[in-house]
Design a protein around this ligand. Sequence first.
Ligand SMILES: [Zn+2]
Length: 258
Amino acid sequence: MKFIAVFASLALGVSALAQSIDSAPCPVTFAYTGFARPDQWQHLPGSSLCGSGEEQSPVEFQPGDVIPGSGTIILDWGTVPIHVTNSGYDFRVVNADQTNKITIGGETYVLQNFHFHVPAEHSIPGSPAAAEVHFVHQNSDEEIAVIAVFFSSGSATTPIWQPVLAALPDDLCDVEETGNTFNLAALFGAPQRPRTLRQYDWYEGSLTTPKCDEDVRFYFLPMMFQLGGADARELAKFGENNRPFRPLNGRKLTRVRP
Ligand SMILES: [Zn+2]
């Protein structure tokens, strides 16, 4: 029996890893409250970094943690079909094709999904936020770069987000295929592809969900969308999904400006 148990847990670990980026990791093995709450994630298979990692996310940056830097992000974003998944811990739009990419420092990362955290997970100076969306990208070495954008509380949600927020499935592991497309390029106003970004903040952290893999870079864009109260409640209808802040351990937020 022990032999079988070992192989079962290995299989679970591998499939959880493979699915953590691309698609809804059903069945869900962790939660934000109760038995499988964040301070217990380190006990999940393959997830010890959730407890022992020195560069975990999310974090809270103070003004004194910000240092200047330079660089560019080339955003090669177009449209993505709006297929919204209820993963059991977030609502996410899974990228159905491999055409949306970013290039940073000569490395190209392909968009895997984007998903919402309510309230926002990170805190950076100048961006008090009610929610945060993560655009998760991965390169050929399976290194991860996350483009993060914040929402502030507003009277009404920025219209471009409405087709996504109107399609949040109630059923666990369900996928709502709307037939609509989401124009990522239009998040910046007039669509442009590719687009070179010269203003952003970044730091090095981890996935904010098990297995809490490190060497994940977060890039925060200097833009803020609005999230209306009804949409905020809808996104959090099954509970809030922000991991508590993790220790900064001396890390800095690099503020890139032209
Ligand atoms: Zn996330």
